[in-house]
Design a protein around this ligand. Structure first.
Ligand code: FAD
Ligand code: NAP
Length: 550
């Protein structure tokens, strides 16, 4: 059919892209508002992260009873988490339960990727196109595409010639992978590598881990949840959730009052031991208030971890290679593990330090580094994501005057409050760059964003307004504010995915907002309460498609 013969696109109030925890909750809230909504999702089902990342050992590292929705008290009370840190299958079951319980599935198109979204400044609506050729027009587009959803498969020369199996942790086969009797290579030692390596080692005949950068990882101390503690948490859930919303990261933990050198060496060591024993993400990097701003203070915590590594790993050369040295502790996303360091004491597990012998190519039979070839039957890429902007850049998003978002953000993301970018009216990002997003318990941040976006749409509608945008001046100021806070910390010293450093050619910009979840929520709420200051609201001669009164 020629484009002139195409049937007119369906008109809805809103399109949501993605059916992970953000997209599901956004659909629920928009439906509650009476908006007609279509959701498109590349995957075959709901769950986002938890649909795709099925590698052995995948689990959350924010406690299950905090890493869950808070919007429905009934849901909160009826769902029973079994472990302190739930496994991927359990979290996926939870996502499915939510989608069925709230009857969300009927508005979601699975196996459908949004390829483009173009704003029509005369009709004041977006035309969204999918890979199935469908076009839908919508007043609002909400990008719930995920911060860690665009898998990063490095372009290593020869990768296509490998005759064995290639897996990426973020695209794991649904029926699992049996490594029994196999020689396996794992490339990458971030959270996904650290979680999967001990379990792959249990099966594989030989495991070779290729490490470019050593990570700081703490024992997760995962365990089954006790009935009493579940009951107690459920009884106090409202206060607990409120505490998370007001906290800096949405993760329950004590905040330090003192700097690392305001205590004796013994007290410092004892604080680090307490953090090490806690199994709480980020406990070590926040054991003292100056660890993420003072290199000298940070070094005391870093050395504490290195000592732990030296005592856990029998071979001193391997232990030294596993010791992170070239970036401050906490400035790359910390990891929680189960038996990670001890795995290197197994005789069939070896570590290859890519700092001394970089990978040169993938061969038909394995991985060739600067000094030799490692022949393997399977390669696991635990190489992470094109984080925060990757999933957005994959869509051809065009705002006013046909401006492409990927061109606008060529030197790094720019927007106001991580929510709206100038020239792209009525297009929202959930936990987008320049919001706290990945520096938080993301369930807390997802709920806050979805609720803010929903309230904003309700406000526009109530006031007969059709468009929300922002200006270049306002977003410049916010973007600079985000950068300024980061520059006062040690974070930019690490070549991290927060900085875009893991993807060749990506601009090096610290993308998440470091001001804290609680403070950020206050800022967003104040902006809304003041009539959306900093945003440009306008009314145009276009009626709302649906007549639901608010
Ligand atoms: P996602 O879950 O990533 O969902 C986005 C969805 O959008 C995906 O399903 C994707 O297929 C879809 N999509 C993207 N582009 C398109 C398109 N163009 N068309 C159609 N569909 C599209 N965070 C925590 O706070 N605590 C944790 O313990 C934690 N553990 C994690 C473990 C792993 C292995 C990973 C990878 C991340 C983890 N995270 C954790 C971060 C996690 O991504 C978030 O907590 C949360 O699940 C994100 O939900 P989301 O809906 O925003 O995005
Ligand atoms: P990641 O943290 O980015 O780690 C990727 C690893 O691959 C790094 O060790 C990286 O080295 C290495 N790598 C990348 N490209 C490479 C190349 N070309 N050659 C050799 N090595 C290469 O990715 P991830 O482990 O998937 O985790 C991403 C994020 O997802 C986490 O930080 C976390 O937020 C979330 N996550 C959470 C959990 C959890 O425990 N709940 C589990 C998994 C993921 P460099 O460090 O040198 O770049």
């Amino acid at each position: 059919m020629s484009s002139s013969q195409q049937s007119p696109p369906e008109q809805v109030d809103a399109v949501v892209v993605g059916a992970g925890f953000a997209g599901l909750y956004q659909l629920y809230r928009l439906r509650e508002l009476g908006l007609s909504t279509r959701v498109f999702e590349t995957a075959g089902s709901v769950g986002g992260t938890w649909y795709w990342n099925r590698y052995p050992g995948a689990r959350c590292d924010v406690e299950s009873m905090a890493y869950s929705y808070s919007f429905s008290e009934e849901l909160e009370q009826e769902w029973e988490w079994s472990e302190r840190y739930a496994t991927q299958p359990e979290i996926l079951r939870y996502a499915r339960h939510v989608s069925e319980r709230f009857d969300l599935l009927k508005d979601i198109d699975f196996n459908t990727t949004v390829t483009g979204a173009v704003y029509d400044h005369l009709a004041h609506c977006w035309t969204v196109t999918t890979d199935s050729g469908e076009r839908v027009t919508a007043r609002f587009v909400i990008m719930a595409t995920g911060c860690l959803s665009a898998a990063n498969l490095p372009r290593i020369s020869g990768i296509g010639s490998f005759t064995g199996a290639i897996h990426h942790t973020a695209r794991w086969p649904h029926d699992g992978v049996d490594f029994t009797g196999k020689r396996v290579a794992v490339i990458g030692t971030g959270s996904s590598g650290v979680q999967s390596i001990p379990l792959i080692a249990e099966q594989a005949a030989e495991l070779t881990v290729f490490q470019r950068t050593a990570h700081y990882t703490l024992p997760a101390r995962n365990r089954p949840l006790r009935e009493g503690e579940i009951r107690e948490r459920k009884a106090g859930y409202r206060e607990f959730r409120e505490e998370l919303r007001r906290s800096p990261t949405g993760i329950p933990r004590e905040l330090p009052a003192r700097g690392a050198f305001e205590v004796t060496a013994e007290e410092r060591e004892s604080a680090y031991e307490t953090a090490w024993d806690s199994g709480v993400l980020g406990a070590l990097s926040t054991a003292f208030k100056d660890l993420l701003v003072s290199p000298a203070a940070n070094e005391t915590a870093a050395e504490f971890v290195r000592d732990k590594i030296r005592s856990a790993v029998a071979d001193p050369v391997t232990a030294e290679a596993l010791c992170p040295r070239d970036y401050p502790l906490g400035t790359k996303r910390p990891c929680l593990d189960t038996d990670y360091y001890a795995t290197y004491n197994k005789s069939h597990v070896r570590l290859v330090d890519l700092r001394t012998t970089p990978i040169e190519e993938i061969t038909e039979q394995g991985v060739r580094t600067a000094d030799r070839e490692y022949q393997v039957d399977a390669i696991v890429f635990a190489t992470g994501f094109d984080a925060l902007t990757g999933a957005l850049a994959a869509i051809d998003i065009r705002g006013r005057q046909g401006l492409a978002l990927r061109d606008k953000w060529a030197a790094g993301p720019r927007n106001y409050l991580g929510l709206v970018t100038a020239g792209f009216p009525n297009l929202f990002t959930v936990t987008g760059p320049l919001s706290p997003s990945v520096l938080s318990n993301m369930m807390v941040s997802i709920e806050q964003h979805v609720e803010w976006i929903t309230d904003c749409i309700a406000y526009l509608r109530r006031n007969g307004l059709t468009e929300i945008d922002t200006t270049a001046e306002v977003e410049d100021a916010w973007t600079e504010h985000v950068a300024e806070i980061a520059s006062g910390t040690l974070y930019p010293q690490a070549a991290s995915w927060y900085m875009g450093a893991n993807v060749p050619g990506k601009p090096r910009v610290f993308m998440p907002y470091l001001g804290g979840v609680g403070a950020y929520r206050v800022k967003c709420s104040e902006v809304a309460a003041d009539g959306y200051t900093g945003f440009t609201l306008s009314s145009c001669a276009v009626e709302w498609t649906e007549g639901v009164a608010l």
